[in-house]
Design a protein around this ligand. Structure first.
Ligand SMILES: NC(=O)c1ccc[n+]([C@@H]2O[C@H](COP(=O)([O-])OP(=O)(O)OC[C@H]3O[C@@H](n4cnc5c(N)ncnc54)[C@H](O)[C@@H]3O)[C@@H](O)[C@H]2O)c1
Length: 441
């Protein structure tokens, strides 16, 4: 009977007759919806945000990386439906959880979204369903938190339903690697769960990487992000040192990158941004406490990366000072408020802390970002500002422009007209004729 149910679900997946439910229509959930639809699966999306549900139902998009036509074609063809009615969670054969996993004010894991979602699934759980957690989280979440709740009404994992963890590796704005091409790490709670989850993702992703347990899969994702965080901190620290030594860190990294083995380049910047790298490592630090263990690398990297905006502000202050100006009352144009190049997402962006620090010192802040026409309210900050058009007049009127995000815009023009440019991204590389008004920070 047990084997029968497993075979039936795998069969349904193979024949693309399985209905896929995806919870959380954000940066992770929405690309997954489209990937399943492209492979001719029917998908039912779930989100608590009724505005998002209504937008998607109209065939529109709220993410820059996803054109509306991609959504409307699948809404029209009937492949994609979306709802905020969680009583429909009994319908899908496979349910993927893509809800947020932020930190609390005290920098501890905030699992309320996973908890609420698990509760909603439990209310509708039926035999033969596969549940996959995709949200980034600490090792143990799937088996210690999700599993006992789902089994609390008598259904047994691996026999009545299947449970797995498979971390999302989405990189918004990355045109080189699509969801289809990025290998997917999967781990079922039992061998049966492993078979079913592998069958599912093999239909939409080129390469599946099975690992022995959900804890391994959970930690794999955290290792990827901690690796980035630590290496970014390393080059950020070195940039502060090389600044004092009069050496250009960018030139050093470029030279070191010519080594064909044993070196992967990471680049300094204005501080760390996004909703993964500044946040996820602390999920592990928190869990490590249970084992009387302090994750020193994670804290050190966090400390350095959090300090970088202060360093950038000090460089701005020094540069103005050298020109006989004070930061108080200075008109400072922030170039790019998104957390990375060519994306429309400013969550946890270092631009926000730089703007906040400058404002506290009395600077008058303006910003330009072609992807973010106005700044919404954020977890920590609220600026009531709209993106200023990059006119020659504006550039001549400001006291300094600060390149925070290296969006694809015309930096030659900016440097030509602005009186002073603070460059945190090396976009002014090679602009020797304007050397005197460029400060690397
Ligand atoms: N964005 C990335 O680049 C990225 C990459 C890899 C992993 N992740 C991880 O994936 C997860 C989701 O991230 P995201 O960037 O897609 O977040 P997001 O904020 O873009 O989207 C999450 C969506 O979930 C919805 N939601 C919140 N609570 C819900 C609930 N109880 N039921 C249904 N929907 C709910 C929100 O309204 C939102 O639309 C997080 O754990 C994140 O760390 C994100």
């Amino acid at each position: 009977m047990k084997g029968n149910m497993e075979e039936q679900l795998i069969q349904k997946i193979h024949q693309k007759k399985a209905l896929i439910g995806i919870i959380g229509m954000g940066y992770v959930g929405l690309p997954l919806v489209l990937r399943f639809c492209e492979e001719d699966f029917r998908v039912l999306g779930f989100d608590v945000d009724s505005k998002k549900v209504a937008t998607l139902k109209r065939g529109k998009s709220y993410l820059k990386s996803i054109p509306p036509s991609w959504i409307s074609q699948f809404i029209r063809s009937g492949h994609f439906d979306v709802t905020n009615d969680f009583s429909r969670l009994g319908k899908p054969d496979c349910i993927l959880i893509c809800v947020p996993t932020p930190l609390t004010e005290k920098m501890e894991p905030d699992l309320q979204y996973i908890e609420k979602t698990t509760e909603a699934i439990l209310q509708n759980l039926r035999k033969g369903q596969l549940i996959v957690l995709e949200s980034t989280t600490y090792p143990g979440t799937t088996e210690e938190m999700v599993l006992p709740r789902l089994e609390s009404r008598g259904l047994k994992v691996g026999e009545d339903f299947y449970l797995a963890f498979s971390p999302e590796r989405e990189d918004p704005g990355n045109k080189r690697f699509t969801t289809h091409q990025i290998p997917k790490v999967v781990a079922g709670v039992t061998p049966s769960c492993q078979k079913v989850v592998t069958a599912l993702y093999s239909r939409i992703i080129q390469k599946i990487v099975p690992v022995s347990s959900p804890r391994v899969a959970e930690l794999t994702k955290l290792l990827e992000n901690i690796y980035r965080s630590v290496n970014i901190a390393l080059v950020n620290e070195l940039k502060m040192l090389t600044d004092r030594m009069g050496i250009d860190i960018w030139e050093v990294i470029e030279a070191a990158s010519t080594k064909p083995f044993g070196f992967s380049p990471f680049y300094p910047g204005p501080g760390m941004g996004g909703h993964c790298i500044p946040i996820d490592p602390y999920y592990l630090s928190w869990k490590a406490r249970e084992y009387d263990f302090t994750t020193r690398f994670i804290f050190l990297a966090g400390e350095i990366n959090v300090h970088v905006p202060y360093y950038v502000v000090a460089k701005i202050q020094d540069a103005l000072n050298a020109r006989g100006k004070s930061i108080k009352g200075a008109k400072i144009l922030i170039l790019g408020v998104a957390y990375k190049k060519d994306v429309d997402d400013a969550r946890e962006s270092p631009a926000l802390s730089i703007m906040n620090l400058l404002q506290k010192k009395g600077a008058v802040i303006l910003y330009h970002d072609p992807y973010i026409p106005s700044l919404p309210s954020f977890r920590k900050y609220s600026f009531r500002l709209n993106s200023s058009p990059l006119t020659e007049q504006l550039l001549r009127r400001i006291d300094a422009a600060v390149v925070v995000t290296d969006h694809s815009i015309d930096y030659q023009r900016i440097v030509r007209f602005a009186p002073l440019v603070i460059d945190t991204r090396n976009v002014t590389k090679g602009m020797k004729q304007w050397k005197k008004k460029i400060i690397k920070a």
